[in-house]
Write a protein that binds this ligand. Sequence first.
Ligand SMILES: NC(=O)c1ccc[n+]([C@@H]2O[C@H](COP(=O)([O-])OP(=O)(O)OC[C@H]3O[C@@H](n4cnc5c(N)ncnc54)[C@H](OP(=O)(O)O)[C@@H]3O)[C@@H](O)[C@H]2O)c1
Length: 266
Amino acid sequence: MRRLFPVTDETAAQDRTAALADREWSLAELAAAYAYPEPGSEPGEPRPWLRANMVSTLDGAAQHDGRSQPISCAADMRIFGTLRALADVVVVGAETVRQEAYRPARARAEFAAARAAAGQGPAPAIAVVTASLDLDLSLPLFTSPLVPTLILTGAAAAPDRVAAAGKAGARVVVAGDGAGIDPARAVRALAGLGHTRLLTEGGPRLLGQFIAAGVLDEMCLTLSPMLTAGEAQRVAGGPSVAVPRRFALVSLLEEAGFLFGRYRRS
Ligand SMILES: NC(=O)c1ccc[n+]([C@@H]2O[C@H](COP(=O)([O-])OP(=O)(O)OC[C@H]3O[C@@H](n4cnc5c(N)ncnc54)[C@H](OP(=O)(O)O)[C@@H]3O)[C@@H](O)[C@H]2O)c1
C-alpha cells in the first residue's frame, strides 16, 4: 500500500524504497488514515458524519454478475473492514442485503480497544433501509447479530411485517411519513440513537438518495483497474442533482493498481 496523496516526506521515502512501497499497511495505519473527523466543539449533540464506501471499475460499473466482490481485491476488503470498525452504524439498502447475503458485523480483536475508547460497542449495528420489509428474517443478520440490526422504514410500512421484524429481534426505526424513508430524516434518527459515525455501503439506489438530499459528507471510492462494459449500475443512481456536488480529495492510496480515494464535501 502506498500513499499517493497528500504528498509527504513519507511518500518520497516510499519512492526511494520499493520494499516499503509494497508493504501491507497494518489495520491501525488504515484506521488512522480513515479516522472520522473529531466532533465539532459546538454545544449540543455532535453532528452526524455520513461516509459512503463504494467500489467502481474504470468504466463505472458498481457490480459484476450482481455482486461487488468480482471488482474488489484484498486491500479493498481490508479498507472495507476498517471502515466498518470505525463506524457506529452501517446503513445499507435492502437490495444489497438480499443480493450480497449480508451478515452481521463481527467484533474484531484488532479494533476492540479503539472502539471501547471511542465509546462504541464491539461492532457496528447494521441498519437496513427498506420500504417492503421483504427480508429473510431467519438470516444471522437478524437472528444473531452482536448488536440488534436496525430496520429503517416509513410510517406506512406493512404492520404485520414490522411486527415480524420486531419479533425476530430487529429494531424498527421509522424515518419517513410514507412507505419509504426520507434520507435526511434517517440520518437524524440514527444520530438520535447515538450513532454519529455513519457509514453507508450503498447500494447505488440508496446512495443516490443520500447524495440528492445533500447529507453525504464523505465518499470513499475504490477505483478498480478493470473494465466490464455491459449494463451494470454506477455507484449512485436515481434522479440527478441540479448542480454537481463538489467534493475535495483528502487522500489517495494505491495497491496493486487499485486506487483508494477519500473525498470530503467541500
Ligand atoms: N460497488 C459497490 O460498492 C456496491 C455497494 C453496494 C451494492 N452494490 C451492488 O448494488 C446492487 C444493489 O444495489 P441497488 O442500488 O439495486 O439497491 P440498494 O440501494 O442496495 O437497495 C434498494 C432497496 O433499498 C430500499 N430503499 C431504497 N431507498 C429507500 C427509501 N427511500 N425508503 C425505503 N426503502 C428504500 C428498497 O428496499 P425494498 O425493496 O425492500 O423496499 C429498495 O428496493 C447489487 O448488485 C450490489 O452488489 C455495489
